[in-house]
Write a protein that binds this ligand. Sequence first.
Ligand code: ADP
Length: 151
Amino acid sequence: MKRALFPGSFDPITNGHYDIIKRGIKLFDEVVVAIGINSDKTYMFSLEERKKFIEDAFTNQPKVKVVTYKGLTVDFCQEINAKFILRGLRNPADFEFEKAIAHTNRKLSKIETVFLLTAAKTSYISSSIVRDVIRNHGDYTVLVPDSVKIK
Ligand code: ADP
């Protein structure tokens, strides 16, 4: 089974992430969306909320699984037998950042990172911009899947 891990913070999932996952399931038998637990970071949404937003966005899609993990991404890939890491690329800054991580992951393991170029219509979206829109009471709903609901 060709299993890919799509790691990130997903605080919250955006239409950009959604597009990468939808396209990822055409390439892989299973895409495991993995929310990294980083105790040094502060988040707008709790782990449970972030997980539920993603699960609810893919309720009818058995090829998408949502999990949380701690520690090195490559170690978790080995644990769940995922031979690929899926990442999205929006711009040159993403590329430089992702290149260093992908090279490091290759040095530490045999896991290949597969990059998908963002869809033009979601290329400007980031979770941090969505959080800013939410904080300032803007219409965030045009940037995220319907499952993302603010209490
Ligand atoms: P991280 O904390 O690792 O940056 P994110 O949740 O922000 O996690 O992003 C996870 C992955 O989704 C990264 O590969 C990132 O490049 C990708 N991504 C984020 N936004 C978009 C977008 N609008 N289009 C395509 N890929 C995206």
